[in-house]
Design a protein around this ligand. Structure first.
Ligand code: KG4
Ligand code: ZN
Length: 341
């Protein structure tokens, strides 16, 4: 089954063609990162307009990449939430229009679920998920530990009480004068700190003991105060040191809490997902700690961690294969959560 997936929940416009939820034939993406870089974050109205001009060319690019015509498409899928209402509306409407015009099955996809299913977009096809699966979903808007007992059966074990992990990366990057999106910028700046050399500072970790919840606003404030204090003294902020200390603190909390949750839940495997899953320090730390606990770890290729349409087509397949179809009256749901099973 060849699924056309469309993603438009934020500042990326994506269209992909994926076979049987696993094999990517095309994965086209138009990023607006440059447009938003000068604001240091995404401006919703600007994002919606950019989606509108990008969506048709991106779909045509995907078809050209795959070398197939419209007739090869068996079903159409698009993100219907969570995300920004205006941008979501563009991709969802494009998908519904194509499905209606060509008489194809249509399904709306939960963006969060799609991030998790990016773990199965592999060549050669990855083995089926092993349940119970624990997912650490960390993106620009979410930081959640989710127990998945079967396809579609989700239970939120813990979540952030304030900023999302990616949001913390973005805000701290901005404080340090680094480019948006902040995650890759911080990772790059931190890599400039000489490996093995002890860091001159340690940033606070919010453990929220006895819960699986996260909090990242305290560390953001700590960096802000450090930057202000340093500048008030007429000194220059050591960007690589602060970036490395920040990344180390966030990775420490994410990895420690994930391993603890994996143990208590008896997880068969752990799947890392969302934009922050692209972070190499987080991957390495989790791989090391989970190996010690003899729990397998999966993560998607870096390019499939951040928003893309292949993950939408991938997640859609598992619904379509169960015979699920959405009505063309389906509307965007900006505040959509994961279905709690
Ligand atoms: O999943 P995503 O593309 O969009 C949302 O659905 O939110 O995630 C974007 C987030 C941004 O906050 C970005 O800074 C972060 O993922 N990110 C990273 C890295 N690459 C992207 N954070 C840490 N390290 C990275 N290498
Ligand atoms: Zn996302």
């Amino acid at each position: 089954m060849l699924v056309l997936g469309i993603e438009s929940s934020c500042d990326e416009t994506g269209a992909a063609l994926v076979r049987d939820g696993r094999v990517i034939l095309a994965n086209a993406l138009a990023s607006q990162a440059e447009v938003h870089a000068r604001y240091g974050g995404v401006v919703p109205e600007v994002a919606a307009r950019a989606q509108l001009t990008a969506v048709i060319p991106v779909i045509e690019t995907a078809l050209a990449q795959a070398g197939v015509g419209w007739g090869a498409i068996d079903a159409v899928a698009a993100t219907y939430g969570p995300g920004l209402a205006g941008p979501l509306l563009v991709g969802l409407t494009a998908a519904k229009t194509i499905a209606f015009a060509r008489g194809l099955p249509f399904i709306g996809v939960n963006h969060l679920e799609a991030h998790i299913y990016a773990n199965w977009l592999a060549e050669p096809p990855a083995p089926d998920p092993r349940f119970p699966l624990l997912s650490l979903l960390v993106s620009g808007a979410h930081s959640e530990l989710i127990v998945i007992r079967d396809h579609g059966d989700y239970r939120i074990l813990g979540q952030t009480r304030d900023d999302a992990a990616g949001e913390a990366f973005d805000k701290v990057a901005r404080l340090l004068g680094l480019a948006y999106p902040g995650g890759p910028s911080i990772q790059r700046a931190a890599a400039a700190w000489p490996a093995g050399q002890p860091l001159p500072l340690r940033l606070p970790r919010a453990w929220l003991k006895g819960t699986h919840d996260f909090s990242f606003s305290g560390i953001k404030t700590a960096v802000m105060q450090l930057v202000e204090r340093t500048r008030a003294q007429g000194a220059v902020v050591d960007v690589p040191a602060v970036a490395a200390a920040f990344q180390e603190a966030v990775v420490d909390v994410l990895a420690t809490k994930t391993v603890a949750a994996a143990r208590t839940e008896g997880a068969a495997e752990v799947a890392l997902a969302g934009g922050v899953a692209a972070n190499l320090a987080l991957r390495a730390r989790l791989a090391r700690d989970l190996q010690r606990a003899s729990i397998p770890l999966r993560y998607p290729p870096v390019a499939l961690c951040t928003d893309n349409a292949a993950m939408i087509a991938g997640a859609a397949y598992f619904h379509l294969a169960r015979g699920e179809r959405a009505d063309l009256t389906l509307d965007v749901q900006p505040g959509l959560a994961l279905p709690v099973g």
